[in-house]
Design a protein. Structure first.
Length: 184
């Protein structure tokens, strides 16, 4: 039988209440804490534990504190990614962010989708769906990207938008749920 981590990584239903997953979260909490409490002279850099934890960390990444992720191992950041303060990436599945992409303050990216059955939810049952964000994307402050969404290169996500569907390359989407609009 597969472990809960193996199920999570395979995109199958798994329970997040698991010793192995808790150990991974503890490692991430330590790295996130180190990053979020770095000296002001280091502001915007990635703490060394967090950089080592990420699945991929390209050059010239700026990651403002505070930042939060439960695992880190599923986060792939290409060169020149910028994340403003308060970003959260719930990386139960892979999250790839393309080169030159910028996230405004308080952007949240979610990979976990919980069971609709209340008893299963209470037992920690969830499924992980990856999020892919292309190159040179701008995601405005307070936007939320839901599980399984792909955002194409050079797209713009308006501040406060809730992205529930894939976004085409070069598109601008705004609102809740986010819908295409003309670029100004």
């Amino acid at each position: 039988m597969a472990s809960e981590r193996e199920k999570m990584e395979a995109g199958l239903w798994y329970t997040c209440i698991d010793d192995e997953l808790e150990e991974l979260r503890e490692r991430a909490y330590e790295a996130v804490h180190q990053h979020n409490t770095m000296h002001p002279d280091e502001r915007g850099n990635i703490g060394p534990l967090l950089k080592d934890l990420f699945g991929e960390a390209g050059s010239d990444i700026r990651l403002e504190a505070p930042f939060h992720c439960p695992y880190g191992i599923n986060i792939m950041l290409e060169a020149g990614v910028y994340m403003n303060a308060g970003c959260v990436i719930l990386d139960t599945a892979r999250v790839r962010i393309g080169a030159g992409t910028m996230l405004g303050p308080g952007v949240h990216i979610y990979c976990a989708e919980h069971s609709k059955d209340p008893a299963e939810r209470a037992a920690g049952l969830e499924i992980a769906k990856p999020v892919e964000i292309g190159r040179n994307v701008w995601i405005g402050g307070g936007a939320i990207i839901l599980p399984g969404v792909s955002i194409g290169d050079e797209a713009i996500i308006g501040a406060g938008s809730v992205v529930t569907r894939n976004v085409d390359a070069g598109a601008t989407v705004v609102g809740n749920p986010a819908r295409p609009t003309e670029r100004a």
